[in-house]
Design a protein around this ligand. Structure first.
Ligand SMILES: *Cc1c(COP(=O)(O)O)cnc(C)c1O
Length: 394
C-alpha cells in the first residue's frame, strides 16, 4: 500500500470524525517515525502525548511480548497480579489511595465524575465546576465537563450539573460554588486549552475551598501525568495534592489505559457493582504501564525532562528575540507551548514538509512535547527546522 491507497480506505470505511494529515505512519523508534514511503520524521508530539517514552521503548516492547504469551486479559471478576502491582506503583508515587482502571482519558474522567456524583448523593449535591478552555474527553459526561463549546455542538441536551469558570480566577471559582456543588475539576496545566499553567496560589485556595465545603478536588492529569512536567505528576510540581487524579495518555506508552486515582478517605465511595470496565486493568496493558514506570525511574527521565525542557525554552526565547511572530513561551519541563502572534496552521504544515511533527492548538499555540527520552541533538535539529520555517513566514 501507499499513502493514497490508505487514505482511500479511510475515505470509504472510516467515519469522517477527524481532521487528518495525509501521513501514514508505519514505524517508530524513540523520537522518530517513518511513513509508508520510507520518509523519516522527527516526532515532537508523539501520539498526541501518548508515547511519552518515545515510540517502541525497548522495556515496554519486552514487557508486552512476555505478557502477551502468558495471559492477555483477565476479567475483573477474578484477580490479576499486574493490576494490583500497577495500582501500588501509582499510589506509592502519588498519594495514599486506590485506583480504578479503564481504557482512556475520557473514561478515567467519567469515573471521577460518577464518584463525585455518588459522593454528593447523600446531601443531594451534584454540581461540578470545571474551567473555561478545559478538555476532559468526548463522552457525553466529559463533553459536558469540557469548557469549550466546540465539543458540544449538536449533542444537546447535555448532561446537567456542570458549570464553567475562567481558569486561574479564584473569585470566579468561589462565587460559582452553591449548596449543590460537590467537586471542582481542572487540569493543572491545560493542554488542548493552550498550555495554561495553574498558579500555585490558585490551587492552594481551590484546595482550601474544597476542604471547607466538603467538595472534591479533581485533577485531570491525562496529559500532564507520567513525567511530562518533570515530576511524575504535575500536581507535585505545583504543590497541591488533589482528592482524585485521572491519568491516561502516556501511562501505557501507547497501549490504551486510563486510571482514576482516589484518595483513601473517599476510596469506598463507589461500592461493588457501581462501576466497571471489561477491559480495564488487563494484565497486558498493566505490563506496559509498569514498564513505563520502570523506564522513567531507571533512565532518569524526570531529570531529563526538566533539563531538556529548560534547553528548549532557552532556545525558543532566543528565537523570540529574532522573530516577532513569537509572542510567548509557556509550560513546564517538556510540556511547552509557543504562543504566536499569527495562526499556527501554516507553521505546522511547513514543519511537516520539513519532516518535523508538532501540534498547533487554539489556533495560535504550537505544542512541543517531545518524548521524555529526547536528546539535545534532536532538539537542535527540530529547532533549526522551526527557525527555518519562522524565517520564511516572517
Ligand atoms: C486527551 C485528554 C483527555 C481525553 O482522553 P481520551 O483518551 O482521548 O479519552 C482528557 N483530558 C485531557 C486533559 C486530555 O488531554
Amino acid at each position: 500500500m501507499n499513502t493514497a491507497s490508505v487514505v482511500d480506505l479511510y475515505k470509504e470505511y472510516i467515519l469522517p470524525t477527524y481532521i487528518q494529515t495525509p501521513l501514514v505512519l508505519v514505524k517508530g523508534k524513540g523520537a522518530r517515525v517513518w511513513d509508508i514511503e520510507g520518509n523519516e520524521y522527527l516526532d515532537f508530539f508523539p501520539g498526541w502525548a501518548v508515547s511519552g517514552l518515545g515510540h517502541c521503548h525497548p522495556k515496554v516492547v519486552k514487557a508486552l511480548k512476555i505478557q502477551a504469551s502468558k495471559i492477555m486479559h483477565v476479567s475483573n471478576n477474578y484477580y490479576n497480579e499486574l493490576q494490583g502491582q500497577l495500582a501500588k506503583r501509582i499510589v506509592d508515587s502519588s498519594f495514599p489511595g486506590r485506583v480504578f482502571f479503564a481504557n482512556s482519558g475520557a473514561e478515567a474522567n467519567e469515573c471521577a465524575i460518577k464518584l463525585a456524583r455518588r459522593y454528593g448523593n447523600k446531601d443531594k449535591r451534584y454540581e461540578i465546576i470545571t474551567m473555561t478552555g478545559s478538555f476532559h474527553g468526548r463522552t457525553m459526561a466529559t463533553i459536558a465537563a469540557t469548557g469549550q463549546d466546540k465539543v458540544k455542538i449538536g449533542f444537546e441536551p447535555l448532561l446537567e450539573g456542570f458549570k464553567h469558570v475562567p481558569f486561574n480566577d479564584f473569585d470566579a471559582l468561589k462565587n460559582a460554588v452553591t449548596e449543590k456543588t460537590v467537586a471542582i475539576m481542572l487540569e493543572p496545566i491545560q493542554g488542548e486549552g493552550g498550555i495554561n499553567v495553574a498558579d500555585k496560589d490558585y490551587l492552594r485556595k481551590a484546595k482550601e475551598l474544597c476542604s471547607s465545603k466538603d467538595m472534591l478536588l479533581i485533577f485531570d492529569e491525562v496529559q500532564t501525568g507520567m513525567g511530562r512536567c518533570g515530576k511524575l505528576f504535575a500536581y507535585q510540581q505545583l504543590g497541591m495534592t488533589p482528592d482524585v487524579m485521572t491519568l491516561a495518555k502516556s501511562l501505557g506508552s501507547g497501549t490504551p489505559i486510563g486510571a482514576t486515582v482516589v484518595s483513601e478517605r473517599i476510596a469506598t465511595t463507589l461500592p461493588p457493582s457501581s462501576h466497571a470496565s471489561t477491559f480495564g486493568g488487563s494484565p497486558l496493558i498493566c505490563s506496559a504501564a509498569l514498564a513505563t514506570f520502570e523506564a522513567i525511574e531507571e533512565e532518569g527521565l524526570l531529570e531529563n525532562a526538566v533539563k531538556m525542557g529548560e534547553y528548549i525554552k532557552k532556545k525558543v526565547e532566543k528565537l523570540k528575540k529574532k522573530y516577532p511572530i513569537i509572542k510567548s513561551v509557556k509550560g513546564i519541563a517538556l510540556m511547552i507551548g509557543v504562543e504566536l502572534n499569527i495562526e499556527g496552521d501554516e507553521i505546522y504544515r511547513e514543519c511537516l514538509k520539513n519532516k518535523l511533527l508538532i501540534n498547533c492548538t487554539q489556533k495560535n499555540i504550537l505544542r512541543i512535547m517531545p518524548p521524555l527520552t529526547v536528546k539535545k541533538k534532536d532538539i537542535n535539529k527540530a529547532l533549526s527546522v522551526l527557525e527555518g520555517v519562522f524565517s520564511r513566514v516572517k
